[in-house]
Every structure is written in structure tokens, then in C-alpha cells.
Design a protein around this ligand. Sequence first.
Ligand code: HPA
Ligand code: ZN
Length: 324
Amino acid sequence: MDDLIATLPKAELHLHIEGTLEPELAFQLADKNGISLPFASVDAMRAAYDFQDLQSFLDLYYASISVVCTEEDFHELTLAYLKKAASQNVRHTEIFFDPQSHLPREIPFETMLSGITSALKRGETELGISSRLILCFLRHLSAESAQETLQLALPFRDQIIGVGLDSSELGHPPSKFVNVFEEARRHGFRVVCHAGEEGPPEYITEALDLLHAERIDHGVRCMEDPALVERLAAEQIPLTVCPLSNVRLCVFKEMSEHPLKRMLEAGLLVTVNSDDPPYFGGYVNENFTAVQQALNLSRSELIQLARNSFTASFLSEPEKQKLL
Ligand code: HPA
Ligand code: ZN
């Protein structure tokens, strides 16, 4: 099964570039930029990846990214992820970035964007991995802050395919961001939204009906609402599921309790993704292996998951056909 997982062509659709920072690179950048990390060593940093919930992870995620400062740093971070993804036969990736975690550190929007996009171009030419970029608003911040961030992105509309919503879910429903998503759609941005990770199934419905999300990131809590499952299946709304993330953030106690297999059986368009790989213990292939073993997925279910990842992507139909 591991051979099949390794050789299947895959697309990754739920990946936060800030969340790909490996401790080794974090220490290297901290040293270069004269910034101190609250850990004595790489091992101590890795040992701190023991989370009780989404917030305990986010606290560490936002603290760690402080070492990524220059255009070159963003380039190096992104290229390191692309190399890893390409080595796992990821052929296409749609990457989130969080401008609001960098703007308060006085990093210009153009600096982060240039660093990321120049690496994405190298990914295409040197590694054969195609990519798109999705700007995520931080939902624990205000709707006004999201609006300001959207304005910064407008001059770079052609380099960003869509907008999404991430960070602390509980207490920050999609309805808080109706206006900014409406404006983003007017400018032609595609829409995705984290919903139903820690938040209730109602947030998934809000993401669909109020933000017009085309894809739901996580969405695993839909399984608590049979009518919602029926709707998601009927409309073939993609759900970008991140199994290792869900277990490490205690959404499910153990992988054997993960609903991925039941989601497939319910006819949902689910995909497997890594979210924030070093924090959660694996890139996309490790996520496939973990669910395959815990849920006894068949070869045809693995193939279905890989096919779904291209179907659910923002590639054009001819681009999808070429990669499938
Ligand atoms: N959920 C919400 N916000 C995030 C995540 C996540 O899984 N990863 C990085 N930011
Ligand atoms: Zn995520």
C-alpha cells in the first residue's frame, strides 16, 4: 500500500506555507535575522509540538513564523516545501498564505508575495509541480483588518487565485466576513473557507450560503448533521481533510475514530492533505499512510482520494486531464 501511496500522482489543496517551517530552518533563519526562538534546540522545538486544541497550535505557529522576514526567507520556506511535495509525487499544490501574520512585523505585502511566487515559478520549471496561491484572512482579527488586507492584494490579483479563512474558528463564524468575501468575489477571486474543524456544522452552511465557498477546508464535523452530508454529497462540494492535523489537534482522539472512510462511503468529495506538516507529523504521503492503516482503506479508495484531489482543484479541465 505504501508503494501505491508513494507512486500515486496527487494534488495538495490544504497547506499553509507558514505551517511548513521545519525547526531546522527556523533556527537557521533565527540566527541569520538575529531573532531568538523560545526553544533551546531543534529537538526542544519539535518536543513542544504537543497540542490540546487548535488554539494551542496557533499560538506556537504564529510565534515561530517571526523568524521568516525577508523575500529570500519566504522563497526558501516555499521552495523547501515544494521539494518535499515533489518528492512525494505531488504534481499540483494550492497553497495558503496568511499576510496578517506578517504585516504587523512591517513586512510589505509585496515582499512576502514575491518570495513565495518566485519559488512557485521555480517549482514549475525545476520540479514540474504546478501551483496556485490562496490568501487567507485570519478570522480572529476584525472584518476591517480583512478588508485592509484585501485592498493590499488587489494590485496582485493575477498572482492570487482565491481567498480563504483560517485561524481560531470557535466564536468567529463565516458570517463575520460576508462583506469582504463579497468584494473578493466581485474581483474574481475564488472562495474557500476553513469550517467544521473545531466549529459546528452550522459554520459549514454559513461558509456555503453566506461566503459562497466553493470548497470547505476540513469540514469533518459535517458528519454530525445528516442533512448537511446529503447536501455536500449532492452538490459535490470538496472537503479538504487533514487527518494527522485532526488527531494532533484533538478533533478526534485516535486515527481509528477519524470519519474519512465514512465520508467516502457517504459520497463526499474528500481529499487528503497535510495542513502544517512538521507540526502534525507528516506530509501528504504520511497522511495517506496513517488513514490507510487506521481505517483499512482499500486500493480503490486510495486511488479515489488521489483522483478527488485533482477534481477538487482550481485547475482548468484541460489541465486536470493532463495531470490525471
Ligand atoms: N485551522 C485553522 N487555522 C490554521 C490551521 C488550521 O488547521 N492551520 C494554520 N492555520
Ligand atoms: Zn488549515
